[in-house]
Design a protein around this ligand. Structure first.
Ligand code: ZN
Length: 243
């Protein structure tokens, strides 16, 4: 990306979800704070839509950053990490109901495990107009990896998704939000254009397109607290180990 221009910044709140599922019946017990109940998720999306927020795609964010393309007056991105089957059973129907899109960051090495999206379901999300992003192959914490394993997790997940979807994927999320300079270089080398972290914030910048902050939505959130987060309030920190 050209570096001789002044950085361009775009205010874009990106909400982060993981599981949307009835916690009591959860097959793979995740950290409780990472599971939002289906009724709560529906209420949060309804409130966002009613308040006039419009979800945008990763491509729209990229074009706003690099081509000064216009965004809706109240843009928001809904992002969902880890590729649980909830994405098609619980989340997609709600998004469709409210004419919203989301970005789903999937772990490409888990697409044959129970409880996770299979390849057909990932293609179903893409066909429904959703963005698919990479979240590595095994959800390893990337800064700790030797170079060959780092390459397999980052570039490997890009090629897994390219094969699965039939087109390149430009969007990436760091497991546990963990990255360092070597990791960011590898993500750039693999062709990713935008990457999200678990750092709290709501501004994307051409200074650091591979270090975009997000807003964690935890289990205790309600429709009104989510609206408050979008209104520019201080974003809460993600719990340790989230992402
Ligand atoms: Zn994750």
């Amino acid at each position: 990306m050209p570096s001789h221009y002044a950085p361009h910044r775009v205010r874009i709140p990106i909400l982060t979800y993981h599981r949307v599922h009835t916690f009591a019946t959860e097959l793979h017990k995740s950290q409780p704070d990472l599971t939002v109940e289906p009724d709560t998720f529906r209420a949060e999306m309804a409130a966002i839509a009613r308040a006039g927020y419009q979800t945008i795609t990763q491509r729209q964010l990229f074009d706003a950053l690099y081509r000064a393309a216009a965004l809706p007056p109240k843009p928001v991105i809904v992002s969902v990490d880890d590729g649980y089957v909830d994405d098609v059973t619980e989340i997609l129907p709600v998004l469709r109901q409210y004419h919203m899109t989301a970005t789903f960051y999937v772990i490409t090495g888990r697409t044959h495990e129970q409880g996770f999206l299979n390849p057909d379901q990932i293609r179903q999300l893409a066909a429904a107009g959703m963005d698919i992003g990479a979240h590595t192959r095994t959800h390893a914490s990337l800064p700790a990896l030797p170079p060959a394993e780092l390459r397999s997790e980052v570039d490997g997940s890009a090629s897994d998704l390219r094969r699965l979807l039939g087109h390149p994927v430009y969007w990436f999320a760091y497991p546990y939000g963990a990255f360092n300079d070597a990791v960011v270089r590898e993500v750039r080398r693999a062709g990713f254009l935008l990457a999200v972290t678990t750092r709290a914030g709501e501004t994307a910048s051409t200074d650091a397109p591979l270090e975009i902050p997000r807003i964690h939505v935890g289990r205790a959130a309600t429709a009104s607290t989510v609206l408050g987060l979008l209104g520019g309030g201080a974003a809460p920190r993600a719990p340790a180990g989230a992402g």
